[in-house]
Write a protein that binds this ligand. Structure first.
Ligand code: NI
Length: 177
C-alpha cells in the first residue's frame, strides 16, 4: 500500500469530474487500499479519488474512532434522500476550515464494493453527510462551494495564512471528510 498526496483547494484538479468504473479489478482494489491508508494517515474519515488526482468514481469512508470499519464505494449513487440537517464539515483538501453545511439527513446509496458486486446502504447522521460530501468530490464540488462568498473568501484567506505559517491543524478532534 502507499500513501498518496492529497490535492488542496483551490487546486483546479479538484474540479475534474470522475469517470465511472467499469470493472472492480486489481488496479481499483489497489486504489481503494491506497486511499484508505492515505485517509487513515491524514487523519480523515472520508476520501474521494478526485482528491488524490484519480478521476475514478471511488470513495472510502470510516467514521469509527477505532478506524476498523472501512466503507469502500465504487460508482456510488444516492438513490433516495429524506429530510435536511446542518452539520459542521471539514475536508482534507481544505485543511483547518470547518463550516456548517446543509445536506439530506438520510440517504440510500447504491454502489459496488471491493468484490465488484452492487449493494445498497441506507444511513443517516455523520455517515450520510460523509457519503454526500465524498460524492460531491467526484463531481468536482467542494463543501466550501455551499458557503456564502464572504465565508468562502475567509476560508481561502485562512488556508493561505496557514500555508505561510506551515501551521498544523489544531482541530484534530473534528471530523475531516
Ligand atoms: Ni472532502
Amino acid at each position: 500500500m502507499a500513501i498518496l498526496s492529497i490535492l488542496e483547494y483551490p487546486d483546479p484538479k479538484l474540479r475534474k469530474k470522475a469517470l465511472p468504473v467499469e470493472v472492480v479489478d486489481d488496479s481499483i482494489r489497489t486504489l481503494l487500499d491506497d486511499m484508505l491508508e492515505t485517509m487513515y494517515a491524514a487523519p480523515g474519515i472520508g476520501l474521494a479519488a478526485t482528491q488524490v488526482n484519480k478521476q475514478k468514481r471511488v470513495i472510502v469512508i470510516d467514521i469509527t474512532e477505532e478506524k476498523n470499519d472501512p466503507l469502500r464505494l465504487v460508482n456510488p449513487e444516492v438513490i433516495w434522500t429524506s429530510g435536511t440537517e446542518e452539520m459542521d464539515e471539514g475536508c482534507l483538501s481544505v485543511p483547518g476550515v470547518f463550516e456548517k453545511v446543509s445536506r439530506a439527513e438520510k440517504v440510500r446509496v447504491k454502489a459496488m464494493g471491493y468484490d465488484g458486486n452492487y449493494f445498497e446502504l441506507e444511513t443517516e447522521g455523520l455517515l450520510a453527510v460523509c457519503i454526500q460530501h465524498e460524492i460531491d468530490h467526484l463531481e468536482g464540488k467542494l463543501f466550501v462551494d455551499y458557503l456564502s462568498p464572504i465565508k468562502r473568501h475567509r476560508a481561502r484567506k485562512k488556508l493561505e495564512k496557514d500555508r505561510r505559517q506551515k501551521a498544523t491543524n489544531p482541530d484534530q478532534k473534528k471530523s475531516v471528510l
